[in-house]
Design a protein. Structure first.
Length: 327
């Protein structure tokens, strides 16, 4: 549901949505991966969803939508934390209690939801119900990493791409999640859903290298911070600038530059029109510390060998290749 910045939309940039959660992906007769959305709508987390953060999601809720565990306004509308800058003076909260801004508790459950028909979405893709699916040209994995992963990089091979999915994780930001700053792994965002051994799951991904054409694989990190704790990247619609580089890569329309972690763009490879983001800022958000990368690789190997187990040697070879690029 990404909306590119106005300057890029004027150039013809457009993002359409097939689904917001699940993709069922399989090869067609030509060996090309195609994806469908098996769901009829969006089941989104409500808190934080606003016109300023995800307008298309909010507009999708305009009609025929089921809301669960959100607050009710005095005029019968719904509200949740982050929906508007100004909080309503009075609500009935998700526990059917009177709520005011100074009552000391949230009005809506942290996992409150909206279930909206996909057909409501202003940017729904015309092919979203095509049973043949839509072509898949890139996979993108992402995690919330504060200081050791750059804004974007591309895997150097399919095995490297599987490695990125197998080791992806986010740093915990709240004590309720566990130790703050500790890395919580979630391979392919499938840990709660995979019905068989993750080591075998990784091997099945590796076997997809036999396809006639495999997607390019990328890793993004919108959440990198400076030593002072300030986010280095503006995020939201500005992420389209990074996607611009990624989606052009399979077609040879964007250059590549090798780095320890993989292929990366240079400052000149990104369209910056309308955004004051200097080359120095870009270099900071893209910086790779070789010593931190070596520590990452050691942690990845430990996770794959000792936590996952039954892991393919092909993935462990990727670690060796990354270390070689750190020399």
């Amino acid at each position: 549901m990404l909306i590119p910045p106005e300057e890029l939309r004027k150039k013809g940039w457009e993002v359409t949505t097939v689904g917001d959660d699940i993709a069922w992906i399989k090869p067609n007769k030509d060996g090309e991966l195609r994806a469908i959305n098996p769901e009829n709508g969006f089941f989104g987390v409500a808190p934080g969803t606003a016109m300023s953060t995800n307008p298309n999601a909010l507009l999708s809720c305009a009609r025929n939508t089921i809301f669960t565990n959100v607050a009710l306004t005095d005029d019968g509308d719904i509200w949740w934390e982050g929906m508007t800058e100004e909080k309503p003076a009075h609500l009935i909260d998700w526990q059917n209690k009177d709520w005011t801004p100074d009552c000391g508790r949230v009005s809506s459950h942290p996992n409150s939801r909206f279930a909206a028909p996909a057909a409501n979405c202003p940017c729904i893709d015309p092919e979203w119900e095509n049973p043949a699916g839509v072509p898949v040209s890139i996979f993108v994995y992402g995690g919330r990493r504060m200081n050791d992963i750059p804004l974007v990089f591309q895997a150097t091979s399919w095995a490297h791409g599987v490695y990125l999915g197998a080791t992806v994780g986010s740093e915990q930001t709240a004590a309720a999640e566990g130790q703050v700053g500790a890395l919580r792994r979630d391979p392919f965002a499938m840990l709660p859903f995979c019905g068989y051994h993750m080591g075998d799951y990784f091997k099945h991904y590796l076997e997809m290298a036999k396809l006639a054409k495999t997607p390019l694989v990328f890793h993004v990190n919108w959440f990198r911070k400076s030593p002072a704790g300030k986010f280095l990247w503006p995020g939201f619609g500005q992420n389209a600038r990074v996607f611009g580089w990624m989606v052009n890569r399979p077609y040879g329309k964007a250059p590549e530059h090798i780095s320890p972690l993989g292929y990366v763009p240079e400052y000149e490879d990104i369209d910056w029109e309308g955004l004051n983001f200097t080359k120095e800022q870009f270099e900071e958000v893209m910086h790779q510390d070789k010593e931190k990368i070596k520590a990452q690789v050691a942690a990845n190997d430990d996770y794959l060998i000792n936590k996952i187990g039954h892991v393919s040697q092909e993935l462990l070879e990727v670690s060796k290749e990354i270390l070689k690029r750190c020399e």
